[in-house]
Design a protein around this ligand. Structure first.
Ligand SMILES: NC(=O)c1ccc[n+]([C@@H]2O[C@H](COP(=O)([O-])OP(=O)(O)OC[C@H]3O[C@@H](n4cnc5c(N)ncnc54)[C@H](OP(=O)(O)O)[C@@H]3O)[C@@H](O)[C@H]2O)c1
Length: 426
């Protein structure tokens, strides 16, 4: 099996390492030698180590996607449109493709799977979500006999690192962002991570697999962590919660809802203990119940191990003559649950006037809308200043939550609503 590797950066070099060091084990599992025959890079000048022959390097993608000597393509170069076009060309030429590219899979996965099916080859993308955690294969195969009702995921290591540091050391958002950039966890332009877009792409991929219906990127209601403050984290901790950027996907009947938002996760929930750059996906299903998959969300060898596991699966399919028949399939488009019907619990941090009866006014407001409260915490007043009040509701519809928010903003005694979070209990 002659592999064309597109990209030789963090992941690509890890792929070469694994294919080289585990060559014999891989040959035993696939029934033949699997080796890198060509590597596409942007520049030939950069030193690339000694694992591969000088003859493999190219800057011309045709040497891989259109070359008859290449049997399988690994795409680990990143990018969107140009990369999608290359993957499509490889599939149309009947070559199986393994990719780690969440941007391409989230945006064009369904289209590319259909092309793979049409041309009798596989498109595998285990490493595109939560790098080293085998979650794609688990959702696609291990839950085949079950029905997934909900999944929650910490699927962006950069933001999880930042929130962990803010909670542990009381550091500000700005300070931990600088630190994450210095450590190479965050890009110079951190928007894709901190605005939640990267997590949204991964949630679109996971929920498509979990619910057997195509969830598109625009379906994911997305909010980032840039408004998370030290006060939110400290008050959350007092009430037993930790702030996480959480992807949540649920199926209600035949309809689905998918979001990414900062969430107060109860300390007793296993997701609250997922710290630093680690990723985790918590799956609720009718038969298995709850199960959590946790591990390295990125990194050269963890991600490369997922890529090579896909390669081994594709080679086996090839040998068995079932390529493109088992996994790739056309999916119906999802039907979204209307926003107002989504159910959840909410955390409110309010700044209110320090007057007798204010708390009663606020709790009355919630009661009139029909939202019951689980906890209320009032901070000791500062001299002549407003006081902070924290409320956590029981589960309610988003429409009722929106009504509460609007009414709170109109209430004289409320100076302003400082923060609002979704809540996840154990
Ligand atoms: N890094 C991770 O831990 C991780 C985890 C999960 C998924 N992923 C995904 O894996 C992919 C690769 O990530 P990475 O971190 O390995 O990237 P990277 O370190 O930046 O490496 C990218 C590689 O692709 C080559 N390349 C990029 N654009 C090219 C083009 N237009 N033509 C030819 N070669 C091109 C680069 O060539 P040069 O070397 O010549 O510059 C480089 O070798 C991305 O889709 C990423 O989202 C990464």
């Amino acid at each position: 099996m002659r592999i064309g590797l597109m990209g030789f950066g963090t992941v690509g070099s890890g792929v070469a390492h694994i294919l080289h060091h585990y060559r014999e084990d891989i040959a035993k599992q696939t029934g033949g030698d699997v080796h890198i025959a060509r590597v596409l890079v942007r520049t030939l000048e950069r030193p690339r180590g000694t694992l591969l022959d000088d003859a493999v390097w190219t800057t011309n993608a045709d040497d891989i996607v259109a070359h008859p000597d290449i049997d399988l393509v690994i795409e680990v170069m990143g990018g969107l449109e140009e990369t999608r076009a290359l993957i499509e060309r490889a599939l149309r030429a009947g070559k199986p493709v393994v990719t780690a590219n969440k941007d391409v899979v989230a945006r064009y996965g369904a289209q590319l799977c259909a092309i793979a099916l049409e041309h009798g080859c596989d498109l595998f993308y285990e490493a595109s979500v939560a790098g080293g955690i085998p979650i794609i294969r688990a959702l696609a195969h291990s839950y085949a006999s079950d029905r997934i009702t909900r999944l929650c995921g910490i699927v962006n290591g950069t933001t999880n690192y930042m929130l962990t540091r803010m909670a542990a050391d009381g550091a500000s958002y700005e300070a931990v962002l600088k630190e994450a950039q210095a450590l190479g966890y965050a890009e110079a332009d951190p928007s894709a991570d901190v605005c939640g877009w990267d997590a949204a792409r991964k949630m679109a991929i996971l929920s498509t697999l979990a619910f057997h219906a195509e969830v598109q990127l625009d379906d994911v209601a997305t909010e980032g962590i840039d408004r998370v403050t030290q006060a939110d984290i400290a008050y959350g901790a007092k009430l037993g919660y930790t702030v996480k950027l959480l992807g949540t996907a649920a199926r209600v009947g035949q309809r689905v809802t998918v979001s990414v938002q900062p969430t107060m996760v109860h300390h007793a929930h296993p997701l609250a203990s997922v710290h630093g750059v680690f990723n985790a996906v918590y799956v609720y299903s009718e038969a298995i119940g709850a199960a959590m998959y946790v591990g390295a969300g990125a990194g050269s060898l963890p991600t490369a191990a997922s890529v090579v596991a896909d390669v081994i699966a594709a080679v086996r399919h090839n040998r068995l003559g079932v390529s493109g028949k088992t996994w790739s399939r056309e999916l119906p488009l999802r039907t979204l649950l209307p926003e107002e019907e989504v159910r959840g619990k909410y955390f409110y941090l309010l700044s209110v006037a320090d007057r007798v009866g204010v708390l009663a006014q606020i709790t009355d407001l919630f009661a009139r809308i029909g939202v019951s409260l689980q906890s209320v915490l009032q901070q000791s007043p500062q001299l002549d200043g407003p006081v902070d009040v924290i409320l956590i509701t029981h589960e309610t519809h988003r429409a009722a939550h929106a009504q509460c928010l609007e009414a709170l903003e109109r209430l004289d005694a409320v100076e302003h609503v400082k923060s609002v979070y979704q809540v996840l209990d154990a």
